[in-house]
Design a protein around this ligand. Sequence first.
Ligand code: ADP
Ligand code: MG
Length: 443
Amino acid sequence: AQKQRVGVFGLTQPAVYSVDNEEQTGASLEFVVPRDLADGFVNNKRECYKFRFQKVFDQAVKQEEIFENIAKPVADSVLAGYNGTIFAYGQTGSGKTFTVTGGAERYSDRGIIPRTLSYLFERFSQDSSMVYNTHISYLEIYNEMGYDLLDSRHEASRLEDLPKVMIMEDPDQNIHLRNLSLQPSANEEEALNLLFLGDTNRMIAETPMNQASTRSHCVFTVHLCRREPGSATLRRSKLHLVDLAGSDRVSKTGLNGQLLTEAKYINLSLHYLEQVIIALSEKNRSHIPYRNSMLTSVLRDSLGGNCMTTMIATMAVDKRNLDESISTCRFAQRVALIKNEAILNEELDPALQIARLKREIQSLKEELAMLTGEQRDDQLTVEEIQKLEELVKTFLDDRDPDVTLSLGPDMRKIQYCFSLLRVMYLHALEDIFSSGCYASSLK
Ligand code: ADP
Ligand code: MG
C-alpha cells in the first residue's frame, strides 16, 4: 500500500491574480482584492489571498499539456492496477466540462476523457504480455437521483426517461450501483462511441428548465481488468473522470420557485462532499459521512480510500467572480489535506484457477502415459486425421492466449500436427509473397 496526498491543480481564466509556478514544493496562486471590491466582501479585512497548488495553468494552456500533467500519471497508476479519480470543481462557466470532456470545435480541444481513452488503448496494444479487458459506465447524478447515460435502448428525451440507478450496499459495505450498465469496449473507437452516446444523452436530457449540466454531476468510469496469460490472478482497477455540478452559491444565483429548490440541491450535494472532505482532513475522526448523498457514496473510494485522486479547481477569475474563485481555492486546500491509501487490486479468479489446474492435470496425464504407456506404430485412420485437422484449426482460431493443443500420449498424432502446422505456415508465407503485402510492408 502506498499513501499519498490528493493532488490538486488549479486552472484559471484571465484576471486579477498572479501565479508562481517556480516554487520548490509546487505552485502558488495569489489574488489581490481591489479596494473597490473589498467592502462587503467575505472576510473583508484581507486584501491578499494566497493558495498553494501542485501546479497552476492559465486558460491558454493546451489540452495536451493538461493531459500530460494531470491525467497521464493517474492513467498510468490505473494501468498498474490502482484505482484513480480526477474531478473538476468550480463555478459554472469556469471550464469544468471543457477540461474533462473537451470543446467540440477543434480536435485539439478534446479533453481528458477522450485523451485518456486513446492513451489506455495505445498502452494495451504496446503491452502484449498482458490481456486487458475494458468496460465503461457513464452516470449522471441530478437531484440525488442517478441516471444511466449509456442506455441505447430508446431515444431519451428527458433525463427522467433514462434508466434510474440505485445505490446498494452489500454486507461488506461495498457500494454497488444497480441499473448502471457496464458496456464492454474492445478498442478506442468503441470507447469513444460510448462517450459520444453518453454526451448525446446528456445534451438531449438538458432543457432550460433543468440546466442539467450546471446542476448535475457526471461520472465517466473506465473499469479495467488486467491479467497475464496463464496466470489466475487478476488486477481490477477503476478510473473515475468526474465533471461536478457548478459550485455556485445559492445566494448569488437569485433564483426562485422550482429552480431555487434545484439550486439548493446542488449545493446540498457539494455541501455533503465538502463535509466528507472536512471530516477526512481532521485527525482522529472515525465517522466519515459518506452516506449523506449519492455523489459521496459513489466517490467513497476516491476520497480518503483506495484510490489515487486528483482534483482540478477551475476558476473564472474576473473581478465579479473573485469570491467564487477564492471559495474554490479554499475547497481545494481542504482537499489537499486528504490522505488516500491506494492498494493494488489483485485477486485470484477461481474459474481461471480451475481451468489452469485442469490443463495441468491433462498435460501430466499425457506425460505419464507417454512415459509408461506403449507407443502405437500403425497408421492414423481417416477419421483420426480429420479430427486432428479440426483440433489444429480450433487451436489456431482461438484468441485466448492460454489455448493449448492437447493430443494425448500418441507420438503419431503429435508428429502429424507438427507437419500439418509446417505446411500451413509455408502456405501462409507463399500467400504473403504472392499478394505483394510483404513487399509493400518493407517500403
Ligand atoms: P463549466 O463546465 O465549468 O460550466 P465549460 O467547460 O462549459 O464550463 O466552459 C464555459 C465556456 O468556456 C465554454 O464555451 C467553453 O468552451 C469555454 N472554455 C472553458 N475553458 C476554456 C479554455 N481553456 N479555452 C477555451 N475555451 C474555454
Ligand atoms: Mg459543464
